[in-house]
Design a protein around this ligand. Structure first.
Ligand code: ADP
Length: 475
């Protein structure tokens, strides 16, 4: 049994509540440790301290903040094996993927350490002869975040790094299912010299209470949320009272389109990476496949042969490529969507789903109709429904026929078609002949009900800054 409830991991939790969260390993069901939860009054004190601390942090130079962030980046790099192991234990993803996430998560810290020094204002040509106009950028104040379990490190660093770089203080509530990764990276941030009062992790199984305190607090000026569209909408409503800035990274329903001129082996490779990474539990995972009727049979045969090579099991075991899903509710949802689709005429290609444990072997569904729930809803599991299409126009209509607009993918080798389709897809991000698009250097975010704002890239730091306009008169 692995016990990771050690004192240094929990040192970020200075003010603790009365009860604890029990953290379990989704691959085995074993208890990994217990984490103290935060009380309401302790959280209010933390917000007050973050408010006071932010004033001093904002006065430091960008260079100083960049140095702290660079040390944090380096410490995460130095501890990548331990961090990856903690992540696999509490979240389930294969160790190689966990290592990939540690590097990806750290990349935001390095990136925003660099961007901290480039928060330029502008000079604006004056509208009268005696005035001179300019803008400066200033940190927004105290920022808070609520993050999910599917990327226990990257979803935090993608928010914390730009916030701290900008000169904000930052309080995060990680998912109650994966707080250990959050606590581990925060301990490294303290070791890197980031003051304790301006970076805090709060753990709770009462997410609603934390959300209400965050959103009601006039001291908190920004909420960044990654999670379901349902909770995102609720938090936006709650933020209205204090007119808080929000960034929302919500659900998706990504189409993965294969045209008849596509390079099929490349499309299969992209499909596997986009669909089955993290057992299908990412918001940018391909959710539904549209394949041109001329190549449909060929694509399905090759796709089926390739998923048979994936290995489902405990993410710590050598060679495993698909870990467990996060909990029983996730397994029940995926199973229900498959059974329902099959009752409506779909055919399942894949190993039967074992009754015990949280493992779902990779599945392909054929004879699928665009109207089925498995196409219309976000599956969040290793299941690929494949739909046949004939015309580009009908395809675009189906691809955009969703309230979501996060990521879309398509494979084609025709440059004219590539431009037309890329422009027509109502999505914040489009992978063209590419199944993995996330990187710290490009803007990540959605349109429609998939969210507001962009994370990463040069735009990511603006989410934590206000523009102040200065008008110099009498010149
Ligand atoms: P997922 O389905 O990915 O778990 P959720 O939106 O349920 O997405 O959860 C994402 C994050 O939002 C988690 O940290 C969770 O604890 C938190 N959360 C869930 N419900 C609420 C709520 N009512 N208010 C604030 N946070 C919430």
């Amino acid at each position: 049994m692995h016990q990771i409830n050690n004192a240094s991991l929990l040192s970020g939790l200075s003010e603790q509540g009365s009860h604890t969260l029990t953290i379990t390993n989704p691959a085995t069901g074993e208890v990994l440790g217990h984490v103290p939860t935060v009380s309401e009054s302790a959280l209010q004190d933390m917000i007050e301290a973050a408010h006071q601390g932010q004033k001093a942090w904002a006065k430091t130079t960008a260079k100083h903040r960049a140095q702290c962030l660079n040390r944090w980046f380096q410490l995460i790099h130095d501890n990548q094996d331990d961090l990856a192991r903690i992540m696999t234990l509490e979240q389930g993803k294969p160790l190689a993927e966990a290592k990939g996430e540690v590097a990806y998560g750290a990349s935001f810290i390095e990136w925003f350490a660099e961007e901290a020094k480039r928060t330029y204002g502008e000079t604006i040509p004056g509208h009268t002869a005696d005035r001179r106009l300019m803008t400066i950028k200033q940190p927004i104040g105290v920022a808070c975040a609520i993050t999910p379990w599917n990327f226990p490190i990257a979803m935090i660093t993608r928010k914390a790094a730009p916030a701290l770089a900008a000169g904000c203080s930052f309080i995060v509530k990680p998912s109650e299912l994966t707080p250990l990764s959050a606590l581990a990276i925060t301990e490294l941030a303290y070791q890197a010299g980031i003051p304790r009062d301006i970076l805090k992790v709060v753990c709770s199984d009462n997410a609603r209470m934390i959300g209400q305190i965050f959103t009601a607090s006039p001291l908190i000026r920004k909420l960044s949320f990654t999670g379901s569209t349902r909770v995102g909408k609720l938090l936006m409503e709650q933020c209205a009272d204090t007119v808080k800035r929000t960034s929302m990274e919500l659900g998706g329903n990504a189409p993965f389109i294969v045209f008849d001129d596509a390079d099929i082996p490349a499309a299969i490779q992209g499909a596997i990476a986009s669909k089955f990474r993290n057992a299908g539990q990412t918001c940018v995972c391909a959710n539904r496949f549209y394949v041109h009727s001329r190549i449909y049979d060929d694509f399905v045969a090759q796709f089926h042969a390739t998923i048979n090579k994936l290995v489902t099991g405990n993410g710590l075991d050598e060679g495993v490529t698909i870990g467990p899903v996060i909990n029983q509710a996730a397994k029940d949802k995926v199973t229900h969507l498959i059974n329902q689709a099959c009752q409506q005429g779909a055919t399942q290609l894949g190993e039967p789903i074992p009754a015990d444990g949280l493992f779902v072997p990779p599945q392909i569904l054929v004879n699928v109709d665009h109207q089925m729930d498995i196409v219309q809803q976000e599956i969040f599991g290793p299941v690929a429904p494949v739909i046949k299409f004939d015309s580009d126009e009908a395809l675009i209509e189906m691809a955009n026929d969703t309230p979501y607009g996060l990521a879309a993918y398509f494979y084609s080798q025709n440059i004219k078609r590539i431009w037309k389709v890329a422009e027509a897809l109502e999505y914040g991000m489009v992978g063209i002949n590419e199944g993995i698009i996330s990187t710290e250097v490009a803007p990540f975010g959605g349109v429609k009900e998939s969210g507001i704002g962009r994370e990463g890239a040069k735009q990511g730091i603006d989410e934590y800054m206000e523009i102040k306009y200065l008008c110099f008169g009498g010149i």
